[in-house]
Design a protein around this ligand. Sequence first.
Ligand code: ADP
Ligand code: MG
Length: 693
Amino acid sequence: MRPQNLTPLFAQVTSLPGIGPRLGKLVEKLAGPLVVDLLWHLPFALVDRRHAPKVADAKAGEVATLTVTVERHLVPHSPRQPYRVWCEDESGRLCLTFFNGREDYLRKLLPPGEVRVASGKIEIYQGEVQMTHPDHVVPLDQRESILRVEPVYGLTAGITQKVAQKAISAAVGRAPDLPEWQDPAYLAQQHWPNWKSALEQAHAPADETDLLPQHPARARLAFDELLASQLAVALVRHHNRALAGRVTEGDGQLRKRALASLPFDLTSSQKAAVAEIAADLAKPERMVRLLQGDVGSGKTLVALLAMLIAVESGAQAALMAPTELLARQHFATIAPLADAAGVSFALLTGRDGQRQKKATLDGLAAGTLQLVVGTHALLQEDVEFADLALAVVDEQHRFGVHQRMALSSKSHAVDLLVMTATPIPRTLMLAAYGDLDVSKLTEKPAGRQPIDTRTIPLERIGEVVGAVGRMLATEARVYWVCPLIEESEEVDLANAEERYRLLGARFPGKVGLVHGRMKGPEREATMAAFAGGQLSILVATTVIEVGVDVPAATVMVIEHAERFGLAQLHQLRGRVGRGSAKSTCLLLYAQPLGETAKARLAIMRETEDGFRIAEEDLKLRGAGELLGTRQSGLPDMRLADLAAHAELLQAARDDARLVIDRDPDLMSPRGEALRALLYLFRRDDAVRTLRAG
Ligand code: ADP
Ligand code: MG
């Protein structure tokens, strides 16, 4: 049960003064539906209104609060002209300017002959001191309420700064005093205020340094958020560990046969990953392990070997991919090996015919099918397993936690292996998954050559086309990725079509185009023609599937590479260099290059190590931007900045561990306080795993 004193914070935002149903919707869009969501909406800037000069001393560009007598209204003849109100003090004249000003409203706000206090940005226009749309106009007796430092909040269309300030200040006013949940020694060492003071200070910055992430109030709140998230993850894991798992062990026979059919050896990181997974499967607890590795690092093979362990033990295994194309690709990789091992297997997608689908479902339910590869079609209700022991989910960062759980709930005590091609920096991993078990594939399979990566200014695109022509003479296969112009698919598409036309004119019959708007079969036909060599150049928008496997492709051209993020460039480049032939990646950029873009391209030239690239990316941009938190299923941090607060994250992790060791059911006084923290950050899911206190 949520502590009683938190109730006011969990009311709808419409319970705040000045927030009706219409504004409520906008506030919800801005921060969230509940009062507590507004607490976490911290100001990003401030306005100091304490500067109150005489009119004659006001300087252009500064924010000033002026006390003046209203003289006269100058009502415009045409709506295109501004409405002016002339005012003065003993030092000089001030012109208040309003575009589209309503006369009745302005006459009430600024009655001639009366004294008013106006605050806003000073302009000097044709020698006159002017203020356009003052932020505040109040009578003299309210002067003190304006003469202060005002927090400035991020807004959304339809919400003004005043509305936001008022609502947030009311929300902060509702914050109760809560028992301290932080470790007292740590709190003292950090010199942090208690939660409520931290909240009040964070919303009332007095100068610029108060806005920095290291400021004690902000650091404290960030730590609270990180602690809540680490504790929640740790509690759920602690709980899952205690759930009945199963011991899955095999005799190695099937794996031996599959490996014998391979023309190559496993890399040492593949071997290590398989050993780690085998050890997990053999434990009576449930496995939740992440398998990380760049595109082409050989994750599918590791997944297959893990699945064979399940089959050796007499159970079933399933592999789920985020798209049809990827499911088919995994199936194609797995099929010859599963055949060699003598295992029965099938593919299940949304496009199967009725009869085929029925056969697959029957086989899975009866247990005669031992392995299945599929799309989210695997999650449908009519899919039942006789005895599913291992679920592998290939995320390529498109599934959420939700789907993962859905697949593992298809049977009892299912072990879970999550594969991702996105090398997630350690800090982010920790924030997202806590101490999740991770296997990393850090090496490329033997025989791969480094990719020759070059950066070339766009003006030299003619030379690039010439070079591509020479490469085509040697049977090379070329990806040509068109720029991401804006968020509009239409414009991106128009660009790709233009490039397709130009290249098609130069290399008739050899160029294909794929983009996100194409129907599946059409796109697959083009991909197949490229894979099969009938097409030599594949022009694509950025929506082409992650993980597409055409080992014969050796050239990747990326136009306007400066517009892509590092992770994206790395993913795109990963589509070449997959065979034994030498590959090239040409990054075409528009000049002049900004600092960040320059740094990104330099890193691309320097390394192919996805983990290193991910770390650099985290340094270059904020963590939120890095993966598109929503998409990746990473938690949406509102107070913590994983780049700035990396140390706090470690501390929160250690603290959460300690709590779980000492007081796993949160029964101590500190545990009690921590429950409130979990509720504050909406981690009710974690509280529910606790034994009722
Ligand atoms: P990922 O799933 O990580 O993108 P895949 O498992 O699809 O990578 O492997 C990419 C290609 O590399 C496949 O054609 C696969 O057969 C091959 N491969 C996998 N492991 C090795 C290895 N140890 N040595 C050589 N080739 C390998
Ligand atoms: Mg793969």
